[in-house]
Design a protein around this ligand. Structure first.
Ligand code: ZN
Length: 298
């Protein structure tokens, strides 16, 4: 049964993927959660009574928590095979000086970097503390995203294989699986590519394309995700990569059925909230932390 011929209530009646592949017609910022219905169902995390991301009242404890989350995030990306040479960066906004952020030194392997090695970076690119070089692209992209989005604590970008391949299609993810619904109407496309992001104007364009969404697909490059915690931003990166892989595989195999808009929106509320993203990270990190207790018990 193809998407175009289906009359099931959960399947879209639209034909193919054209509505997800705007090719020059998408707005700079896509629609977002602010336009959603006020009568939201509870997410799967809320239904289970999950408390969500803790936040410490003293800045030193909160800073330490965020830095450990960055370290854990790098290890999660490595575990999922999303490290590739020198590409990729995770940042955490500093709780005391919110215009500054923390990230790993350029060239440090995702699986090896330690909390005390993280660079503290000012909004003008000055390294306030830490040794080692700063990745210029990490500064250009992440500084502008953090500046444009005061709600964002964590931001993640890497060169996952499926993210790269999917980005060349110039399409948004279609809601063809439950997991893909976490990004339904909550991601956008940056439909330009100007080479490696080395000038600040490129960072501004990427932040503008991200808008108020949790993710942006950087065409012919990869994807970038953000969160109100480092943990959720990391999980959205991994989950989006896997959803891209699923759509690439499904499209290669046949004619995937796209879920109906109403079902996709309902499923988003169950699996696409920040608390769900934080909870997913907290599950994955258990194994990694158990393998390196000396790093995560600090
Ligand atoms: Zn990149």
């Amino acid at each position: 049964m193809s998407a175009s011929s289906s009359s099931a209530s959960w399947a879209s009646s639209s034909t193919g993927f054209s509505e997800f592949c705007p090719r020059g017609t998408s707005p700079a910022t896509a629609s977002n959660s602010q336009e959603r219905s006020m009568s939201k169902p509870l997410s799967i995390a809320e239904q289970a009574g999950i408390p969500g991301s803790p936040e410490f009242s003293d800045v030193e404890s909160e800073r330490r928590r965020r830095k450990i989350a960055v370290i854990g995030g790098y290890r999660i990306l490595s575990k999922f095979g999303l490290d590739e040479g020198i590409s990729g960066h995770i940042t955490a906004r500093d709780p005391e000086e919110p215009e500054t952020f923390w990230t790993a030194p350029f060239g440090r392997h995702f699986s090896q970097v330690l909390p005390e090695e993280l660079l503290h970076v000012a909004s003008d690119g000055t390294v306030i503390s830490g040794d080692g070089p700063l990745n210029r692209a990490a500064f250009v992209i992440h500084s502008k995203v953090h500046e444009a989005r005061p709600d964002v604590i964590g931001a993640v970008h890497a060169h996952g294989l499926n993210g790269k391949a999917f980005s060349s299609l110039h399409c948004r993810l279609a809601p063809i699986t439950q997991d893909a619904c976490a990004f339904h109407e909550d991601h956008s496309i940056y439909e330009e590519y100007h080479g490696v992001a080395l000038d600040e104007e490129e960072g501004i364009r990427i932040a503008t394309a991200l808008g108020s969404n949790k993710a942006v697909i950087l065409t012919n490059h990869g994807h970038l995700t953000v969160g109100t915690s480092v943990e959720s931003a990391v999980w959205w990166y991994v989950s989006m990569e896997r959803s891209m892989q699923a759509e690439l595989a499904a499209r290669a195999a046949g004619d995937p059925v796209v879920l109906h808009e109403k079902i996709a929106a309902q499923t988003y509320e169950a699996v696409g909230t920040e608390k769900v993203g934080w909870f997913a990270y907290s599950t994955i990190i258990q194994k990694i932390a158990a393998d390196e207790p000396e790093v995560f018990a600090r």
